[in-house]
Design a protein around this ligand. Sequence first.
Ligand SMILES: [Zn+2]
Length: 361
Amino acid sequence: MREKTGDADARDGPGYTASEPSGPGEPGSGPGFAVCLTHDVDRPYKTYQGLYYAAKSNPGYHLRTLLRRENPYWQFEDIMALERDLGVRSSFYFLNEPSLLETGSLSDWLEPKNWVEHLGRYDLDSASIADAVRDLDGGGWEVGIHGSFRSCDDFDRLRTETRELEAILGHELVGGRQHHLKLGPNTWRYHRELGLKYDASPGSSSEHGFQHGYRPFRPFDDDFVVFPLTLMEVSLPDPGSAFDEAWAECERLLDEAEANDAVMTVLWHPRYFNEDEFPGYRRLYRRIVERALDRGAWVGPVADYYREFLAERDSSDSDDAGDDSDGRATDNATTDNATAGGSNYSLSPGRIRHRRSVSAP
Ligand SMILES: [Zn+2]
């Protein structure tokens, strides 16, 4: 029995409530039914965090993979091959988490969950990661920012992470998603100030569905767009033991997306493509993409969708209320559930479907 891991529920952090999509900030209709494919690159190396997993389950397997030279979580080439075979591309969001040695407090060190996060962290500028970033970019995949846990409330940290990734990439980023889906009251203002065009954070690791809307929305009524997350792999029944049940959930989401011309955004963490540790997930991902293509959906990276269907809008009518003189966001999120990520876009309760609880490590 292996560990189920994933990002925490977005609603642990930001002060907003779930939504219906329509409203003053909703962009144009786009291509209709679409599926955006995304991968949050949290832990591409299985290192000492294997000890943590070993202590919890199947110690033989985890200790063996820890000692072997091969790295079961390094899935970039496999995912590229799979998606190339399917004729699609996707978005990879890279994390630039500061080391616990740099930022950790004593209480951080005492929490075993943090050991997993920090022992599994990677250096963006290491040769192998930088090569992966450039290979993805050169092959038509999107490289985006996966803002670190505390960056949602720390403009300078988010700027450092964004600029470092852009330096490796050699060009500007289009957008990304926050680690643990964690948004602060001003995170979207920070994104916009940094020149990012979209965020794909609002969502949940425990519920899949369109509770945040069928389409991307414009929280500031300008060219900055938010893509709600429809499905994270950990919210599904375990496809290793209940593939048909997991697929039924996916098919239901595809049905709903197609019927509503929705933009369905899917997150598969790269390590879930390792069939030894996460059986069934790779096959399930492939089937989602194949069926979406069969149904005529637009399928691709979030940045491609943005550029093709959303970027033409003139941003001169943007609402900058709340920014101070140097463009840095100020905290105007003082009213209950009034704002999301720094916008004045009020999200109202919508449908909550297919609830399923999972525990994060
Ligand atoms: Zn993450």
